[in-house]
Design a protein around this ligand. Structure first.
Ligand SMILES: [Zn+2]
Length: 139
């Protein structure tokens, strides 16, 4: 559907609202752009909508669109919420503060003594008999 232009002479602006004259009530109703152009309606651009003045003895009724109608649907909000949660998921924690908290001071000291490395060496040395020591299959 081609966009309609302002009905004001010498105005090339695109219509954003439709002015309807209700002669019975001497009221000019300025509302959202009508879906179909009608003879008794006048499409106005943004500028002329704001500058609209009622003829003498007439009253202008401005109908502002329902703000709720412009909001995203519930599905869109849910999708947006999911996207936010996805983005907030801590894939990477700088410094590993969450997944790998700093070891207590005493543990660090123990590691520095090197005993654990010696035990690791002995374990690997006994690897051939590890199956007998840990019969996982029988559990
Ligand atoms: Zn205009």
């Amino acid at each position: 559907m081609a966009r309609r232009r302002c009905s004001k002479p010498s105005c090339q602006g695109y219509a954003v609202s439709t002015l309807t004259y209700v002669y019975a009530d001497s009221t000019a109703v300025l509302g959202p752009l009508a879906t179909y152009a009608e003879p008794h309606c006048y499409d106005l651009c943004q500028m002329h909508s704001e500058r609209l003045t009622a003829p003498r003895g007439w009253e202008i009724v401005r109908i502002t669109p329902d703000p709720d109608a412009l909001k995203p649907t519930s599905d869109d909000l849910e999708a947006l919420a999911n996207a936010v949660r996805e983005a907030a998921r801590p894939r990477y924690v700088p410094g590993g503060d969450v997944d790998h908290p700093p070891a207590p001071h005493g543990t660090v000291e123990g590691t520095r003594r090197g005993h654990l490395r010696v035990l690791t060496h002995d374990t690997s040395y006994d690897t051939p008999s590890s199956n007998e020591q840990y019969p996982h299959e029988d559990l």
